[in-house]
Ligand binder design. Structure first.
Ligand SMILES: Nc1ncnc2c1ncn2[C@@H]1O[C@H](COP(=O)(O)OP(=O)(O)OP(=O)(O)O)[C@@H](O)[C@H]1O
Ligand SMILES: [Mg+2]
Length: 330
């Protein structure tokens, strides 16, 4: 399902246009009760948690079906500071808690994901740059932290230029991941705040895209631009990739502004918007300073629970989509 389904398509009857207005960047604080967020989703699928990636040599029969359907999810939004990295890490750790085998890929030269697991991108010898440009096996740049993490270093900043000279430059990540793909149930890719070659590599490798959107600085135009890039990738490089969900981040239910942002998102993108809201709290900024996810930093807090809820919703939503597709093809 495309993100622009509610926007005009060439040749089609004009559906409701996206509202031009964007929420003002000024908070209007109202004294209203916090809206009730979604109910906790049902228990994780499968009776048995899959074996950890580090035991990948021994895959039980029970893990086999999950293994065949590795989900590679790009976390993308060309707007900066919308919680791509925060969502990649905490969603990944929440999936791990559910028993899934998880690999995170830091595809952002800023190296924030790498840092948020206590590693220094400036002191890393081999990184995703080498995996993408020099075809170093990706297993050699994976560090075991709370979850497995393919690390970034500062030289990833030169990757777009170096890749641009290579044949198959858009498929470099897809090829790199082939080595380890079967060892994981979820591969989550953190992308930079741009729609350049690194993000396109993520779209080509991905089975789906999750778009974190900051409630306060909602840019529908930005989302349309992202979908246009994705449509280009679908047409030329990866026919299966699509936005599988939009996650509202930094939500503050006390402000009309935040609630309006959610309304606009839901008007335009309907079911693509996850029901879980990631609320604004300083916990998300505190945890990476300690080199940990919020699930480890404050395991019983509301911030950790929000990402657990999102993980259940992401897992369940995709299973529902796959089930519907299977019935269509039956
Ligand atoms: N729900 C939240 N509430 C409050 N602060 C948050 C929340 N989520 C993330 N943050 C903080 O906002 C800042 C931006 O988050 P993050 O780095 O995840 O965004 P990003 O989209 O990855 O940014 P970039 O585009 O630069 O890669 C960080 O300091 C992070 O700790
Ligand atoms: Mg980031």
């Amino acid at each position: 399902m495309g993100l622009i389904r509610l926007l005009p398509r060439p040749g089609g009857s004009p559906p409701a246009p996206a509202p031009e207005r964007e929420p003002e960047h000024v908070e209007r604080v109202e004294r209203v009760p916090e809206p009730v967020v979604s109910e906790p989703a049902p228990d994780p699928p499968g009776d048995e948690p899959a074996s950890p990636a580090t035991d990948a040599g021994e895959i039980s029969a029970a893990a086999e079906p999950t293994r065949a359907a590795t989900r590679v999810i790009a976390l993308a939004n060309q707007k900066g500071g919308v919680a791509k990295t925060t969502t990649t890490l905490n969603l990944g750790v929440a999936f791990r808690e559910m028993g899934y085998r998880v690999l995170l890929v830091d595809l952002d030269p800023q190296g924030n994901l790498t840092m948020s697991q206590g590693l220094n991108p400036d002191a890393i010898d081999r990184s995703m740059f080498d995996a993408l440009v020099h075809r170093v096996p990706i297993s050699e740049v994976i560090e075991q932290r709370e979850v497995d993490l393919a690390v970034a270093s500062i030289d990833l900043a030169g990757a777009e230029l170096a890749l641009s000279a290579l044949i198959g430059r858009e498929r470099s990540l897809e090829k790199a991941l082939a080595e380890v793909r079967a060892q994981y149930d979820f591969i989550l890719i953190d992308t930079p705040p741009s729609l350049g070659l690194l993000t396109i590599n993520a779209f080509v490798a991905a089975t789906g895209v999750i778009v974190p959107v900051q409630c306060e600085y909602l840019s529908l135009r930005g989302l349309v631009q992202l979908e246009n890039t994705l449509a280009m990738v679908r047409e030329n490089l990866n026919p299966h990739v699509a936005v599988e969900g939009i996650v509202a981040t930094m939500f503050d239910g006390r402000t009309l502004h935040s609630r309006e942002a959610i309304e606009i998102l839901e008007e335009n993108f309907g079911d693509l918007v996850y029901r879980t809201r990631i609320r604004k709290t300083v916990r998300y900024a505190e945890a990476p300073v300690k080199g940990s996810s919020v699930l480890k930093y404050d395991p019983t807090g509301a911030a950790a629970e929000a990402y657990r809820e999102l993980a259940r919703e992401v897992a369940a939503a995709k299973e529902a989509q796959d089930g519907a597709q299977a019935r269509e093809h039956a």
